[in-house]
Write a protein that binds this ligand. Structure first.
Ligand code: PRP
Ligand code: 7HP
Length: 189
């Protein structure tokens, strides 16, 4: 059992079985096409690494880094590009890969931003969806799991940079981030 975890939400086996299904579905949908898979750093790297190895269509990889959370369990609501794509995506079939859609602010911003670059198509694949927290509607084309409104870590997901390397996805004990949440509120006054 993990010391900082309330409970295990998804085991490694459950995650990998679902990732395989997603890979098969995406491969069917893009048959005969080449994909540019865009991973959103850093949370999506583990998911993306497993997902692309389940694809049977040709795929190239690129990455973007955006920031919205920092050392907090709450979104700041402001999305900034920290690292942009290395290539022009005009005319390409782009699949954005994310670890989680929460408020929807990050993916909403990314979809709008990438659409202006004239891709042949743009779809979004996320491992986790927390619909209870949504602030803006966002169209997700492939989703691994719908999860409850609890802060989760592992399999790429972090709290303050930690826990990304865990194989399972865990609900983090509230006491781990409660002190930081209190300080966030103090700062808002
Ligand atoms: C997390 C996650 C998504 C975003 C989702 O990123 O990876 O990108 O938050 O939240 P939203 O739907 O409320 O916008 P974070 O900023 O924590 O960076 P990270 O990927 O490096 O962990
Ligand atoms: C972002 C994020 N990062 C880690 N765990 C969660 O539950 C999260 N929601 N939004």
């Amino acid at each position: 059992m993990y010391r900082d975890a309330e409970r295990v939400l998804l085991t490694e086996d459950q995650i990998l079985a679902r990732v395989r299904q997603l890979g098969e579905e995406i491969s069917r949908d893009y048959a005969g096409k080449e994909l540019l898979v865009v991973g959103i750093l850093k949370g999506a790297v583990i998911f993306m690494a497993d997902l692309v190895r389940c694809l049977t269509v040709p795929a190239r990889l690129d990455f973007m880094a955006v920031s919205s959370y920092g050392a907090s369990s709450k979104s700041s609501g402001v999305v900034r590009i920290l690292k942009d794509l290395e290539q022009n995506i005009s005319g390409l079939h782009v699949l954005v890969v994310e670890d989680i859609v929460d408020t929807g602010l990050t993916l909403n911003y990314l979809r709008e931003n990438l659409c202006t670059r004239d891709p042949a198509s743009l779809k979004i694949c996320t491992l986790l969806d927390k619909p209870d927290r949504r602030q803006v509607a966002v169209q997700v084309d492939y989703n691994g799991f719908v999860i409850p409104d609890e802060f989760v870590v592992g399999y790429g997901l972090d709290y303050d940079g930690r826990y990304r390397n865990l194989r399972d996805i865990l609900v983090l004990k509230r006491e781990i981030y409660a002190a930081a949440e209190k300080n966030d509120c103090a700062g808002e006054k």
